[in-house]
Write a protein that binds this ligand. Structure first.
Ligand SMILES: Cc1cc2nc3c(=O)[nH]c(=O)nc-3n(C[C@H](O)[C@H](O)[C@H](O)COP(=O)(O)O)c2cc1C
Length: 171
């Protein structure tokens, strides 16, 4: 049996929020054409060969059933000028189609919605889905990547707020 933690979930969230992250917009499409769209900062790369990434989604999200049934998922690493997309995709109560109706998008591989103007995009197929606590870890096999060089810094999230570095890193 696990001992009760000496902190509550608000404190846990605050502590984790001290880790600055990028911000991604995840889009997905099922074989029946259902679409999901949500903002995710739990993205990380996992494996180089084969190329795999993961992100975590709360199982109470309304996007969750569509994501689980998706054939194709795309991850857009957002820039500072895409904060409106991040806010829209994080809005509860909108369907995936309603979230996408407010942004510019194009159909990508197997029809997955792609957001033009995003500096870095990865698309792939769902691999394993692992339930852990109240979240589900989605592992993806990546088969498409796209880079659009830009001088606009990445959008970041830190201590519960959108923040942006003032300059891009040089390569
Ligand atoms: C910066 C940011 C990062 C987020 N990251 C995640 C995440 O990694 N996993 C998750 O389940 N929700 C995350 N959310 C919350 C979801 O975007 C939001 O709850 C969801 O889109 C609500 O809509 P839905 O219920 O229709 O899915 C994040 C929100 C913001 C603003």
């Amino acid at each position: 049996m696990t001992a009760e933690p000496l902190f509550d979930s608000t404190e846990f969230r605050q502590v984790c929020g001290h880790f600055p992250t990028g911000v991604t917009a995840v889009t997905a499409i099922t074989a029946q054409g259902g679409v999901a769209a949500l903002t995710v900062n739990s993205f990380t790369s996992v494996s180089l060969q084969p190329a795999k990434v993961l992100f975590c989604v709360t199982s109470s999200s309304s996007s969750f059933p569509t994501l689980v049934g998706s054939e194709r998922i795309a991850i857009h690493i957002l820039s500072r000028d895409q904060e409106d997309v991040a806010r829209r995709f994080a809005t509860s109560g909108l369907t995936g189609a309603e979230k996408l109706a407010g942004v510019s998008w194009l159909p990508g591989p197997d029809g997955v919605p792609l957001l033009p103007g995003t500096p870095a995009v990865l698309a792939g197929r769902r691999d394993e889905v692992i339930t852990s606590g109240d979240h589900v870890i989605f592992l993806l096999d990546i088969d498409h990547v796209h880079l659009k060089p830009t001088n606009v810094p990445a959008l970041s999230f830190y201590r519960g707020r959108f923040v942006s570095p003032s300059a891009t890193a040089t390569e």
